[in-house]
Design a protein around this ligand. Structure first.
Ligand code: KG4
Ligand code: ZN
Length: 326
C-alpha cells in the first residue's frame, strides 16, 4: 500500500512515497538551508513562500523516482503541526487538493510522531514496545514512552530552548554559521581534549530539560574573550550530550523500556549517538542521518499506521502549530 507523504512544518519542502509504512520508494527533500543561512536563521514568511514555489516539482519528482502513477497511491499523509503556521498551511492545502482530486483518504500527522516513525523505515526489524523516544530537534526536546502504535506517555520536555535551538543559537554566538548542529560538531572535532566544564541543568526529580543557562554561560565566556570558538563548541556539545544521555538512560531504566529510540535533527550528532550507545545498558536505535532531519518518508510511514487504525481526517482538517504528543 503506497502512501504519499507531505512535509512542510519548517524549512524543508519534502514529498515521499512509502510502501506498507516501511519501504521508501522515494524521499525528496528540497532544502531551504542556503536561503535562510543568509539571515542566520529561519525567516517564516520566506519559508512558506519557498514551499509554495518548490512543492509541485518536489511531488512530480517523488512520483517519478518511485516509478508509480497517481492511481497507485492509497492515501495522502501530511504534517499538520507542530511547526510554522504559514509553512504548515501550504502543505496541508496541497494535500487536501490532491486527496480531493484523486478521491484519496487524507491523514493528518503530528510531526513529532513522524520523527519517531523514521525507525520503521530502517529494515525489517521494527522497534519493540515499550520504547523510550528522545525527540531532539530545532523546535523540540521531548522524552516519551511509546507503548504501542499511537500510544504515548510524555515524560518531559524542554522548559526553554530546544536542544537543536541551543546548537543554532550558540553557533551564531560563536560566528560559526547556520544550522548550528553540524557546524558545532565539525568545530568540536578539531579539539582533542575538552578543557571547560560548562554548567548542566539537571532539574533533579523531573524528566524536563533546560538549555538556556548553558547558552548564557557560553555568551559570558565569549564576552570575556577567553577561549577559542572550537573549544567552546566542544565544551557546549559535551554539556548538551551529557544531559541528554544521562536523563534519557535514567528514564529508560525507570520505565523498564525495551529500547531507546533517538529521533530528530540532533540525533544525527555522532557524539550523542556514541555516548548514548556506550552509556545505556538498554539497546539504542538511531535512524540514518537523512531520516533524523525533516523528511516526508517518516510522515508517510506514520500515515500508514494511522490508516490501518482507521484514523482518517475530514475536509475541515486544520493546521495545529502548537500540537503536542500525548
Ligand atoms: O528535526 P529537524 O531537521 O527539524 C526540526 O523539526 O526542528 O532538526 C533541526 C535541528 C537544528 O536545530 C539543527 O541545528 C539540529 O537539528 N542538528 C544538529 C545536527 N544536525 C542538525 N544538532 C546537533 N548535531 C548535529 N549534527
Ligand atoms: Zn523535525
Amino acid at each position: 500500500m503506497n502512501i504519499l507523504g507531505i512535509e512542510s512544518s519548517c524549512d524543508e519542502t519534502s514529498a515521499a512515497v512509502v510502501a506498507d509504512g516501511t519501504r521508501i520508494l522515494s524521499n525528496i527533500v528540497a532544502s531551504q538551508v542556503e536561503i535562510h543561512a543568509r539571515y542566520g536563521g529561519i525567516v517564516p514568511e520566506v519559508a512558506s513562500r519557498q514551499h509554495l514555489i518548490a512543492f509541485v516539482t518536489t511531488i512530480q519528482e517523488t512520483l517519478s523516482q518511485a516509478q508509480i502513477s497517481w492511481s497507485e497511491l492509497a492515501a495522502i499523509a501530511v504534517t499538520v503541526g507542530p511547526g510554522l503556521v504559514g509553512s504548515l498551511l501550504v502543505g496541508v492545502n496541497l494535500a487536501k487538493a490532491i486527496a480531493l482530486a484523486r478521491h484519496l483518504p487524507l491523514i493528518g500527522i503530528n510531526h513529532l510522531e513522524g520523527h519517531i516513525y523514521a525507525h520503521w523505515l530502517e529494515g525489517n526489524n521494527p522497534p519493540a514496545f515499550p520504547a523510550l523516544c528522545l525527540i531532539a530537534s530545532g523546535g523540540h526536546t521531548e522524552l516519551v514512552v511509546m507503548r504501542g502504535h499511537g500510544q504515548y506517555q510524555p515524560l518531559g520536555r524542554t522548559r526553554d530552548d530546544a536542544a537543536g535551538e541551543a546548537f543554532d543559537k550558540v553557533a551564531r554566538l560563536l560566528g560559526l554559521g547556520y544550522p548550528g548542529g553540524p557546524v558545532i560538531e565539525t568545530a568540536a572535532r578539531t579539539v582533542t581534549t575538552v578543557p571547560i566544564t560548562l554548567p548542566r541543568a539537571w532539574l533533579k526529580g523531573s524528566d524536563d530539560f533546560s538549555f538556556s543557562g548553558l547558552k548564557t554561560a557560553v555568551l559570558r565566556l565569549i564576552q570575556k574573550a577567553e577561549p577559542k570558538a572550537a573549544i567552546l563548541a566542544a565544551s557546549f556539545q559535551e554539556a548538551v550530550v551529557d544531559v541528554l544521555v544521562t536523563k534519557t538512560v535514567a528514564a529508560a531504566k525507570k520505565h523498564r523500556v525495551k529500547e531507546i529510540l533517538l529521533a530528530g535533527g540532533v540525533a544525527t550528532n555522532e557524539t550523542l549517538r556514541r555516548h548514548m550507545a556506550s552509556h545505556s545498558p538498554i539497546p539504542v536505535r538511531c535512524p540514518s542521518p537523512a531520516l533524523c532531519t525533516d523528511n516526508a518518508a517518516m510522515i508517510a510511514a506514520c500515515g500508514y499506521f494511522h490508516l490501518k487504525a482507521g484514523q482518517i481526517a475530514g475536509w475541515d482538517l486544520d493546521v495545529a502549530p502548537n500540537l503536542m504528543l500525548r
